[in-house]
Design a protein around this ligand. Structure first.
Ligand code: SF4
Length: 104
């Protein structure tokens, strides 16, 4: 969820194995690893969280997304099923046909 919208949906093991949405990827990159020698690839989100009462046009995450494209600023992404039961709302997957939104 980001600003009250579902951005990725699926089985827990699928989301941990293959996080698809840039917000999910950023959240997972912040999970501490109990190994001081482990190399961390932390994704630091820039900017502040917009007001849910006045969310950005297009993709609500576009003001903080490192993958933001022009279309993200204007058009809200539709839900795509990337693998069976694993859904994402993101323009990075626009080559996949849209599906009816999954129930939360
Ligand atoms: S739709 Fe665009 S801005 Fe939104 S998460 Fe995907 S790449 Fe980022």
């Amino acid at each position: 969820m980001y600003l009250g919208s579902l951005v990725e949906y699926g089985a827990t093991e699928d989301i941990f194995r293959n996080p698809l949405h840039p917000y999910t990827q950023a959240l997972f990159s912040a999970i501490p690893v109990p190994d001081p020698k482990a190399k961390m690839n932390r994704i630091v989100l820039e900017g502040s969280i917009p007001s849910p009462a006045n969310p950005p046009k297009g993709c609500k995450f576009h003001t903080r997304c490192r993958n933001c494209m022009d279309c993200c600023k204007e058009i809200a992404p539709e839900q795509k099923e990337i693998e069976p039961g694993h859904f994402v709302n993101c323009h990075l997957y626009d080559d996949v046909p849209s599906v009816k939104p999954a129930e939360a």
